[in-house]
Design a protein around this ligand. Structure first.
Ligand SMILES: NC(=O)c1ccc[n+]([C@@H]2O[C@H](COP(=O)([O-])OP(=O)(O)OC[C@H]3O[C@@H](n4cnc5c(N)ncnc54)[C@H](OP(=O)(O)O)[C@@H]3O)[C@@H](O)[C@H]2O)c1
Length: 242
């Protein structure tokens, strides 16, 4: 995609990776619809000619519909979607409750499903292709007994699976569907977790920055020949034992 007059939707955009992705797309000249439950009340962004803010729970169909309508009415269409909103609950498998599971399914899976359906429907009407990028986790492919998260990975693995299916189903329409799989990223999601422990999860001994992940999202959004891909940005955590 060229960066001129393109419109992208970013979910979970009020902080962390989502906010960094919004900044990266604005810097590239995109028009952006940024959404989260309380983005207009957060200090993250001020609406402008190229930035619309929509509040709402992305697991609700009504929020997804409002976000898509905002993109169409304010910017005239949709070229890309970044399904970033997500939650993480780390504990032993035996300790997950029904409420934990319901919350993970709602945000991580329903939050992907409804808006992706609406966005693809609009992209098919526009007939100019488009891009969807989801965010999974390196722990899907490379679990680590030092950070047990089986049930969140149940949902994140689903994002990788549906992305491959959608990449296949809509390839002929020029709609590409990819995933970024981060390791540990310096965001509020991991505040309170000791830095030394997070570094120990990457063979490179690093913690990724939000910009590292935003760069990967930008790449996949614009990579015309790449679809059905999972791009791991994890300091090598997926790559064997160290
Ligand atoms: N940080 C990491 O190390 C890491 C590693 C692997 C994968 N990831 C994934 O990367 C994504 C972003 O993570 P992050 O670290 O940036 O998280 P974060 O700092 O906790 O930010 C999460 C964002 O999602 C929004 N959000 C949460 N639940 C929502 C809902 N139901 N509806 C709408 N918005 C919602 C939050 O805003 P509101 O509170 O305003 O709704 C916030 O903007 C997630 O999918 C996460 O699983 C992160």
């Amino acid at each position: 995609m060229s960066q001129q007059q393109k419109t992208i939707i970013v979910t979970g955009a009020s902080q962390g990776i989502g906010a960094g992705v919004v900044e990266a797309f604005l810097a590239r000249g995109y028009q952006v619809v940024a959404t989260s439950r309380s983005i207009s009340k957060s200090a993250a962004f001020v609406p402008s000619e190229r930035l619309a803010l929509v509040d709402g729970d992305i697991a609700d169909m009504a929020t997804a519909a409002t976000v898509v309508q905002t993109a169409i009415q304010k910017f005239g269409g949709i070229d890309g979607l970044v399904n970033n909103a997500g939650i993480f609950i780390a504990k032993s498998f035996l300790d997950y409750s029904k409420d934990d599971f319901a919350a993970l399914v709602r945000t991580n899976l329903e939050g992907y499903l409804y808006i992706s359906q609406l966005v693809i429907r609009q992209m098919l009407v526009q007939q100019r292709g488009g891009s969807i990028v989801g965010i999974s986790s390196t722990l899907v492919e490379a679990p680590n007994s030092a950070l047990t998260a089986a049930v969140p990975m149940f949902t994140k693995g689903g994002i990788e699976a549906i992305s491959r299916s959608l990449a296949s189903e809509f390839a002929k329409d020029g709609i590409r569907v990819n995933v970024v799989a981060p390791g540990s990223v310096d965001t509020p999601l991991l505040h309170g977790v000791p830095q030394d422990f997070l570094k120990s999860l990457h063979p490179m001994g690093t913690i990724s920055s939000v910009a590292d992940i935003a760069d990967a999202v930008l790449y996949l959004t614009e990579a015309k020949q790449v679809t059905g891909e999972v791009l791991r940005v994890d300091g090598g955590a997926h790559n064997g034992k160290w």
